[in-house]
Write a protein that binds this ligand. Structure first.
Ligand code: ATP
Ligand code: MG
Length: 451
């Protein structure tokens, strides 16, 4: 076993669990994403430890040390230990996965005696490095080289690794996006030829990986390089590829414009998904004039409908689907940086300030992904946000609940209960924002009576 004498920083809570196991005579190694991220000097997520101890032994030792323990995955040998009441550390017995029959779950897990065997079942070389503060770094699959060369590569036979657990196909895309790495050709080929096996993987796991892919720092290259892989879960991408827009505003086809919009967008779940879907309706709504100019009338609405269908397929919440569809439907409407325009758009977004900010970030990303001469829309969004701050600190109404009358007042004024009440309130709000009507009870009631 070849070890490298390299030190990486370990947080106190991780060290506490490590010490507890090692002082009891067990082997313990930090593994997985924590080690990879520490080597790359990236902020790390959770800390994982692989150990020679069986989970009952881990539980016994850790409880003696006064640490809380949770049986989160004991069937697979995983016990979660929370040494400081705050930071969970996942401790898993060295294991190898048994036969995979359904491209998803191993039929069984076998506990093995060495860290080397444990590392061999891991997905990518960059995730298969183990670290012990006492022994050093163990890297049998040359993950350090792949980190240095920025490469995502399967451990062992790429084709077999995809067939064992097809989710690894999306995990590969996700890590490429998060780390900004290239996918090694053999790994990429295996991902392409096995993508249909994603049909055997639960939607929740696929959605989780897509969320992480989209929120990564480098999604552009992965979306471009792996569009045909991602097409198994997002077939909408296929028609976007190669669709030349034939307008002066665009220097990319729809897929590449989208890939840039995603990468340039604020990395929150809603804005990134919105950036991915905002122009999906373009292939379906494209017309080309006899002069050869492209038009996409109504594409925002088509994209919004497609985004809603995707959200439902991805098992996202109804609220997320509604928000996604709404900001996409409005994404190509001009938004000027003045009080009236901002309040009106806020009103259209239900007065939801967070949603308005997400909407502005979508518009910013869309503008930034245009041809160079047409990117000024991105800076204009800064001016919009300044106006938003002024709107929020002023008394000006931007949602119906801020009107001086309520639905009850509208009904009392003789309007029958039902959707008409909401329509009247929205119309009143619009007039107030336009400055044609004062936001006082008398003025609004007089207007209702006059309607
Ligand atoms: P993150 O930073 O998102 O936590 P991670 O690399 O730690 O990334 P996890 O999903 O937390 O990823 O898994 C921890 C480790 O377990 C991985 O680094 C990898 O070694 C291994 N692993 C996880 N899922 C799989 C899988 N489907 N197939 C093989 N190994 C896996
Ligand atoms: Mg992890």
């Amino acid at each position: 076993m070849e070890l490298q004498d390299i030190q990486i920083p370990i947080p106190e809570y991780g060290q506490a669990v490590y010490d507890c196991l090692v002082s009891a005579g067990f082997e313990a190694w930090f593994v997985g994403g924590y080690v990879r991220d520490a080597i790359m000097d990236r902020p790390a997520n959770d800390v994982d430890i692989a150990t020679s101890a069986h989970w009952q032994q881990v539980r016994e030792r850790c409880q003696q040390a006064g640490f809380a323990t949770y049986e989160t995955g004991v069937k697979h040998g995983t016990l979660t230990v929370v040494p400081d009441g705050e930071h969970p550390v996942e401790v898993t017995t060295f294991r190898a996965d048994g036969q995979y029959k359904d491209n998803r779950h191993p039929e069984s897990v076998t506990f093995v005696s060495s860290i080397q065997e444990d590392l061999a079942r891991r997905d990518f070389t960059v995730n298969a490095i183990a670290y012990s503060p006492d022994a050093g770094l163990l890297d049998p699959f040359h993950g350090m080289d792949d980190i240095a060369n920025e490469v995502i590569r399967f451990v062992g036979c790429a084709d077999e690794r995809c067939k064992e657990d097809a989710l690894r196909i999306l995990r590969g895309c996700r890590f490429a996006s998060q780390l900004g790495f290239m996918i090694e050709p053999d790994t990429l080929r295996a991902m392409y030829v096995n993508k249909h096996l994603l049909g055997n993987v639960s939607q929740e796991r696929k959605t989780h990986e897509l969320d992480l892919l989209l929120m990564g720092a480098h999604p552009h290259d992965v979306i471009m390089e792996c569009a045909d892989v991602l097409a198994y879960v997002l077939p909408e991408l296929v028609a976007m590829k190669g669709l030349e827009q034939r307008t002066k505003y665009h220097c990319y086809d729809v897929l590449e414009h989208t890939a840039w919009a995603v990468e340039l967008a604020e990395p929150t779940r809603l804005v990134r998904w919105a950036a991915l879907c905002h122009d999906m309706g373009k292939p379906a709504s494209m017309i080309v004039t006899p002069e050869g100019v492209g038009h996409f009338y109504g594409h925002a609405k088509v994209s919004a409908d497609m985004a809603r269908a995707i959200a439902s397929r991805m098992l996202m919440s109804q609220r997320f689907a509604d928000e996604l569809a709404l900001i996409i439907r409005l994404h190509s409407d001009v938004l000027l940086a003045n009080d009236k325009a901002v309040r009106k758009r806020l009103a259209k977004l239900g007065g939801d300030v967070d949603l308005f900010r997400a909407y502005v970030e979508l518009k910013r990303a869309d503008a930034a992904a245009h041809a160079e001469e047409y990117r000024q829309g991105a800076q204009e969004m800064d001016a919009v946000l300044e106006v938003l701050d002024e709107v929020l600190s002023s008394q000006g109404a931007y949602q119906v609940s801020m009107l001086a009358v309520s639905g009850r007042d509208v009904i009392a004024a003789g309007v029958p209960q039902g959707p008409e009440v909401g329509r009247i309130l929205s119309a009143l709000l619009e007039e107030v924002i336009e400055g044609r009507l004062e936001n006082t009870k008398e003025a609004l009631l007089a207007r209702i009576r006059g309607l």
